[in-house]
Design a protein around this ligand. Structure first.
Ligand SMILES: Nc1ncnc2c1ncn2[C@@H]1O[C@H](COP(=O)(O)OP(=O)(O)OP(=O)(O)O)[C@@H](O)[C@H]1O
Ligand SMILES: [Mg+2]
Length: 398
């Protein structure tokens, strides 16, 4: 069972919301027309599933509906239409009391500007969620201490919030969310207020933590590089709608439309795409001359690492499975096309024909079932990024 499932979710603010949903659903109106009528269609027919242990990223420009969508996922906002299932339970059908219980015990939120209580020390701030749950002091201090340690803040327990940098304060926010043991973390632009180096550091730490804790995370961002680094699956939103749903690789290789294509222009492809996305299937591997400097490459090898191998090999690089069987070869011109970005679609076409047989269709909202298969791939792609990029140890530096 999926941890989280959104079915045909709509949120309309303003006049006659139900009528607006009906008109939107049959294509009788659009967001602009509704806006002219004084009605805001913040989320339009959003559907997706999030599996346990996944990082699901929702990405889109300001005003595209990300926060509204997130607030419906924890029941803070009631959908105008559609439903949210959390572990199979329909959040929209829970009594206010049951909803409060689910929210305080199973779901945690981390916001962009994490408001710490200035008159409480770091430990008390991290323990706040447990205090709300009524957990006894000794237990909540133990759990908060552990969570702070996980977030690289051991030794800072007795400090006051104003003694901490912005990055460290944000980590206290993360520690508060982790201390409650919630299964589902909802993170709304949690790292967006941090400067670039600290932001990257936080992304690394989240990936390291995630390998260990295996939470289910919905992470909102307007930064595509952040989305690509963190997301097992990514939903791209535009004007309230999810216009593409897939892995980072899907989005880079097969952008759903020109809007998504224009978004991905500046992404560092070499750190997202893997050998399986750029290889040609069916080609015969070249013979290796004696003393050849090439080395075996697996399907999950990042294109950045593939380039290093290709530079030393006097022939197209061969991609092999773990049992040594040949999966495909990567001609240099394909590598160049992918790195240049110009031919990403073309370069991916043949590779897609091959990988589709394994992963099924990947884009569009109707593919939520296929998505779980594609996730196997996404997991390994993220795993390979996590293996090459994050720091090995957590530190209190910020
Ligand atoms: N309570 C509300 N009442 C009326 N309109 C709202 C309300 N909340 C959000 N909106 C509108 O819904 C649309 C989506 O807003 P939302 O905050 O979800 O976007 P966002 O993608 O999170 O943007 P940002 O990146 O700026 O945070 C916007 O047009 C916004 O003005
Ligand atoms: Mg927002």
């Amino acid at each position: 069972m999926s941890r989280l499932q959104a079915d045909h979710l709509f949120k309309v603010f303003g006049r006659r919301p139900d009528e607006a949903v009906r008109r939107l659903a049959v294509g009788d109106t659009d967001r602009e027309e509704l806006r002219a009528e004084g009605t805001t269609a913040a989320v339009v027919d959003a559907g997706f599933t999030v599996e346990p242990g996944q990082i699901f990223v929702v990405m889109g420009l300001s005003g595209s509906g990300k926060s509204t969508l997130l607030r419906m996922l924890n029941g803070l906002l009631e959908p105008t239409a559609g439903r949210v299932l959390f572990d199979g339970r329909d959040l929209t059908a829970l009594s206010p009391r049951d909803l409060r219980t689910v929210r305080s015990t199973k779901i945690s939120m981390v916001f962009q500007h994490f408001a710490l209580f200035p008159h409480r020390n770091v430990l008390e701030n991290a323990a706040y969620g447990l205090e709300v749950q009524g957990v006894p002091r000794a237990e909540r201090e133990t759990r908060a201490t552990e969570a702070l340690e996980l977030c690289g803040l051991a030794g800072w327990e007795k400090s006051w919030p104003d003694e901490l940098s912005g990055g460290m304060q944000q980590r206290v926010g993360l520690a508060r969310a982790l201390a409650t043991d919630a299964d589902l973390l909802l993170m709304d632009e949690s790292f967006s207020a941090l400067d670039p180096l600290i932001r990257r550091d936080m992304q690394d730490q989240l990936l390291v933590l995630q390998q260990r804790l295996k939470k289910t995370i919905v992470f909102i961002t307007h930064d595509l590089n952040e989305a690509m680094r963190l997301g097992d699956r990514i939903a791209v939103m535009r004007d309230g709608r999810i216009v593409q749903l897939g892995t980072a690789e899907d989005i880079l290789v097969r952008p759903a439309d020109d809007y998504v294509a224009s978004f991905i222009q500046d992404v560092d492809r070499s750190r997202v795409l893997t050998a399986s996305a750029v290889m040609t299937g069916g080609a015969t591997p070249a013979d290796c001359p004696d003393g050849c400097a090439c080395r075996p490459v697996g399907p999950d090898t990042l294109v950045a690492d593939l380039c290093a191998v290709a530079a030393r090999a006097p022939h197209p690089v061969t991609v092999r499975d773990s049992d040594g069987s040949v999966l495909g070869v990567v001609p240099t011109e394909r590598l160049l096309a992918v790195m240049g970005g110009l031919g990403a679609r073309d370069a991916g076409d043949q590779a897609d024909a091959k990988t589709d047989a394994k992963t099924g269709p990947k884009t569009g909202q109707a593919d939520t079932e296929a998505g779980s298969k594609a996730d196997t791939k996404a997991g390994s792609a993220t795993g390979s990024m996590a293996a090459t990029q994050p720091k090995k140890e957590l530190t209190a530096r910020a």
